[in-house]
Write a protein that binds this ligand. Structure first.
Ligand SMILES: [Zn+2]
Length: 177
């Protein structure tokens, strides 16, 4: 009888009906199957100024943490045409894909849409006597660049980013151009 019980329990555990640890039905309510990972609310990443300084290069720190702007035509990705994903250089959050990148002629990497609208924050920036919309990473609040309304179709937006604020991850087997 005991052996039969164990055999029954093992098959139920294999089927995922009961959990081997406590024998109770597993609670799956915390992770509904319909929720894709990118739709989950972002958990903020906060570090002290000292920690950011230690983690980032001086140029990354200047752009991301001091709202700096790199000189045009100097960054690593303004002229990058490879397929891949652009992550936040501060926290690794995916921000843009190569499909939305285009040559804006500005010398800064430019995109007509973000990978996911919730991955960036936009806020008014009236510094330097200009009225602009600054774009920040929604997870670490790192300054990425600005967004303008003179971009190409279909959005008409130009996300004018700093190369230093982005980390490019080439797609597997993407050819180097
Ligand atoms: Zn970030």
């Amino acid at each position: 009888m005991r052996i039969l019980e164990i055999a029954l329990f093992s098959s139920l555990a294999l089927l995922g009906i009961v959990s081997p640890q406590n024998g109770r039905a597993q609670d799956k309510s915390s992770a509904p199957a319909s929720a894709r990972p990118e739709e989950a609310p972002l958990t903020k990443i906060t570090r002290t100024d000292r920690e950011w300084k230690r983690q980032l290069t001086p140029m990354q720190y200047y752009v991301l943490r001091r709202n700096g702007t790199e000189q045009p035509y100097t960054g690593a990705t303004w002229n990058n045409h490879r397929a891949g994903t652009y992550l936040c250089a501060g926290c690794g959050l995916p921000l843009f894909t190569s499909e939305a990148k285009y040559d804006s002629g500005t010398g800064w990497p430019s995109f007509w849409q973000t990978i996911q609208k919730s991955h960036v924050h936009e806020k008014p920036d009236n510094s330097l006597g200009m009225r602009r919309i600054a774009v920040e990473c929604a997870r670490c609040d790192g300054h990425l660049g600005h967004v303008f309304e003179d971009g190409p179709k279909p959005t008409g937006l130009r996300y004018c980013m700093n190369s230093a604020a982005l980390k490019f991850i080439p797609a597997p087997n993407s050819a180097k151009k």
